[in-house]
Design a protein around this ligand. Structure first.
Ligand code: UD1
Length: 419
């Protein structure tokens, strides 16, 4: 099992390039299944989840290749309507293949998806939406046996009880080649939804108002492959902002979309960091002890992102005063707190509220990554801890951060990966 060895206390200086968004690349790779011809998707990060998507595409019979941040997919040869259990269990996004398999093959056998354990992660909204569009979905233990008796999805009006990102994506994908108009009410508005819609529209889809609460999709008969570049990863950017804010120094974060980071930028300013923005570049400067931030409430986009909660919490463990977090999206998204406490952090949790009482010093410890973003929190704290920390279970982090150790070393951190 690989580990990071981190000698804490180094200030961070330099430039870092942000890779493409994992959470955009995964649904866009699934979308290529719908397209005739050869799709080329640029700015795909070299991450284990992207590799799993390629394996799923190949498992379905498509041709898929990764080269130098680009994925080449030819889905003409798709033939298999089952995804292996092991691949389904590797990540949550495997469930996004359900709609495209049904649209293309009229049949799909998939297992319940894996991914970070953040509490119950039901897929009822995905299933209800696809059923309303004509899919028949039978559950047999942990397997979903799905079919499309009419041979196509029907347009439908779907009102989501919660703006689920994954359910919105699955419904958009089903609607792109459905017969008729689909209207999604209370749709997720995340930038990754807009990115998926932009790719599909480039392929010939008719999707209007992605990024707004009501999305309208007029189904088209065919989609044609296109070349497309995915948006920057806003959560990788947030993580480098948190690393810099806690460890002090000055880091210029490049290749980002600043508008996707608005609530995090405000929070960093409130904590005392100096932020400068120029087009798609942002610099974070932190010279003093941070100030606590009154309240951080995670919400669907454009609210404060749940994926940023863990690294920002680590960042505030040494701030002056008390910072209150309210996690509204996932029930078990405070697993990193136990690890931060090993370093001396003072955090009181009650239900979905966590209050961080800033301390003056974090001490090195033997730590482990509890999940993907929790892992980023642990690394944030270990970089600031006095002494040498070890961080195990780094496979969690490597699902979402390409070469995180090398990027941190280039900024002056002392972090070593041991295999
Ligand atoms: C996506 C992101 C994840 C991010 C999350 C919220 C990907 C690969 N992952 O996850 O990084 O943290 O959005 O921004 O894009 N829910 C239901 N029923 C459903 C679906 C969801 O009750 O059928 C609930 C979930 O349990 C959770 C909430 O809705 O409490 C949000 O989940 P959702 O937006 O679907 O997140 P994901 O798409 O899984």
């Amino acid at each position: 099992m690989s580990k990071f060895i981190i000698d804490g206390g180094k200030k961070l200086y330099g430039d870092v390039n942000i890779h493409g968004a994992k959470n955009s690349a995964l649904p866009i790779l699934a979308a290529t299944v719908l397209c005739q011809g050869k799709s080329v998707i640029h700015n795909c990060p070299d991450l284990s989840d992207v590799k799993v998507s390629l394996k799923i595409l190949k498992n379905l019979g498509c041709k898929a290749k990764y080269y130098d941040s680009s994925v080449f997919v030819d889905s003409e040869s798709i033939s298999n309507f089952c995804i292996e259990k092991e691949l389904m269990s590797r990540m949550r996004s495997s469930i996004i293949f359900l709609s495209v398999m049904l649209a293309k093959l009229k049949k799909a056998n998939v297992y319940l998806p894996g991914g970070c354990e953040l509490g119950a992660r039901p897929i009822d909204l995905h299933i209800k939406g696809l059923e309303k569009m004509g899919a028949v979905i039978l559950k047999d233990k942990d397997c979903l046996l799905c079919s499309l008796p009419k041979g196509h999805f029907n347009g439908a009006k779907i009102s989501l009880s919660f703006p689920s990102v994954g359910a919105t994506e699955n419904i958009i994908l089903a609607a792109a080649t459905a017969k008729g108009r689909t209207v999604i009410e209370n749709a997720a508005r995340e930038p990754e939804i807009c990115d998926l819609a932009a790719f599909l529209n480039k392929c010939g889809a008719k999707i209007k108002n992605a990024g707004k609460p009501i999305i309208t999709i007029d189904g088209v008969e065919r989609l044609f492959a296109a070349e497309y570049s995915v948006i920057p990863d806003r959560i990788e950017a947030v993580s480098f902002m948190a690393f810099t804010a806690l460890n002090q120094g000055k880091v210029t974060i490049k290749n980002i979309n600043v508008s996707h980071l608005a609530p995090v930028i405000e929070l960093l300013k409130e904590s005392g960091c100096r932020i400068k923005i120029y087009k798609n570049i942002l610099s974070v400067e932190s010279n003093d002890r941070l100030k606590a931030v009154k309240e951080i409430i995670t919400m669907p986009y454009p609210g404060f992102p749940t994926d940023a909660q863990a690294p920002v919490m680590a960042m505030l463990t040494m701030a002056k005063g008390k910072s209150k977090f309210i996690e509204n999206i996932f029930k078990s998204r405070y697993k990193h707190i136990k690890e931060l406490e090993k370093m001396g952090a003072k955090i009181a949790v009650k239900g979905k509220t966590a209050v961080v009482d800033g301390i003056c010093k974090l001490s090195a410890a033997n730590l482990k990554c509890t999940d993907l973003r929790g892992g980023a929190a642990v690394v944030t704290a270990a970089l600031a801890g006095e002494g040498r920390s070890t961080v195990s279970d780094i496979y969690h982090i490597e699902r979402g951060y390409e070469n995180i150790d090398l990027k941190l070393v280039s900024l002056g951190a002392k972090i070593k990966r041991i295999d």
